[in-house]
Design a protein around this ligand. Structure first.
Ligand SMILES: O=C[C@H](O)COP(=O)(O)O
Length: 320
């Protein structure tokens, strides 16, 4: 798949945007309503969801050992007995990435290299003054370069919300473009819009387009640290921007909902939304990720119930 190279900044594209909030909320309700999946389809979707997870730890108390555990869990996210019950082998399923702070990147890289999975499981790093983005541009760019040098294969930048809220769209474009350049050719860039702080659906749509014009490989809803994070209405607005961008320029940009996604039901609802609005092409880790620290446990527990026909005992799952 050809990656999004971005395009020139085009103010006229974002100038005449109108979004009806009620219509967005109603559309989400109708897209999600009545979609009852058969159990076996649900199990298949949940396994697919696991392969789309950026398994995340972004705590002030992160250490080398919990990063190592995160990487082990990313390598074997689902208990072997459950996988066997579903007809899979131990190493068939792994998460798309682990996601850590820049200072923890090298530790993740070392663990993944040791178990032979560096390059198969991505190492994503948040950067650019995560979560607020309120740092001088120079240090935000420096942070990207540091994470890349440490071995990050994906960078999750946070956009400067001040520029959105004051309508400085071209400046926003320039900043994100510089961030993309700092990532280099190989490393994929996800742009976190922090939608819960952008005030209006219109701003979310515009920020999505600007981030794509500046060359983002993915647009991501949230840092997980805002008071409102990944909601389906925000997701619908971002999906529509992705679709408009693809219809206009021909490039497919990925979506990463992140923040507060905790349950199997949440994961399935996101898949339904993306499938309905963007189509099946988006239902894989090249174009879709869940940023989540706590989703995996619930998915594993749902799959356990599917395979063994009873609720999982609490001692079975220890993390994620
Ligand atoms: O980028 C990922 C988010 O920080 C994860 O948020 P979460 O801890 O609410 O799952």
């Amino acid at each position: 798949m050809e990656r999004n190279p971005g395009c020139e900044f085009d103010l006229s594209w974002i100038s005449n945007v109108n979004i009806n909030s009620n219509a967005i909320n109603k559309s989400v309700e109708s897209i999600i309503a009545d979609k009852i999946l058969k159990n076996e389809y649900e199990a298949a979707w949940l396994l697919k969801a696991v392969t789309c997870i950026d398994l995340t730890t972004l705590g002030g108390d992160d250490t080398e050992s919990n990063v190592a555990r995160l990487c082990q869990k990313a390598a074997q996210p689902i208990h072997t007995d459950i996988l066997e019950g579903l007809g899979f082998k131990e190493d068939d399923i792994r998460t798309a990435a682990v996601c850590v702070y820049p200072s923890r990147v090298k530790e993740a890289v070392n663990v993944l290299k040791k178990i032979g999975l560096y390059g198969k499981i991505n190492v994503a790093s948040v950067a650019t003054g995560f979560p607020s983005g309120q740092m001088p541009l120079k240090s935000r760019l420096e942070e990207i370069r540091f994470a890349v040098e440490e071995g990050a294969t994906e960078i999750d930048i946070v956009i400067n919300r001040t520029l959105v809220l004051t309508g400085k769209w071209e400046e926003l474009y320039q900043e994100i473009k510089e961030m993309k350049e700092a990532c280099g050719q190989q490393v994929h860039m996800k742009s976190i819009l922090a939608v819960g702080e952008l005030d209006t659906f219109k701003n979310i749509y515009k920020a999505s387009l600007v981030a794509m014009m500046a060359g983002s490989d993915f647009i991501k809803t949230s840092t997980g640290k805002e008071s409102v994070n990944a909601t389906l209405p925000f997701g619908l607005v971002m999906c529509r921007a992705i679709k408009d961008y693809q219809e206009t320029l021909g490039y497919k940009v990925g979506l990463k909902p992140a923040g507060g996604i905790r349950t199997s039901k949440d994961a399935i609802n996101w898949f339904i939304l993306v499938k309905e609005v963007l189509g099946k092409d988006w239902l894989n880790s090249e174009l879709f990720r869940f940023g989540a620290s706590g989703l995996l446990g619930d998915i594993e527990s749902s799959l356990y119930s599917f395979v063994f026909g009873r609720k999982a005992p609490s001692y079975v799952f220890t993390m994620g």
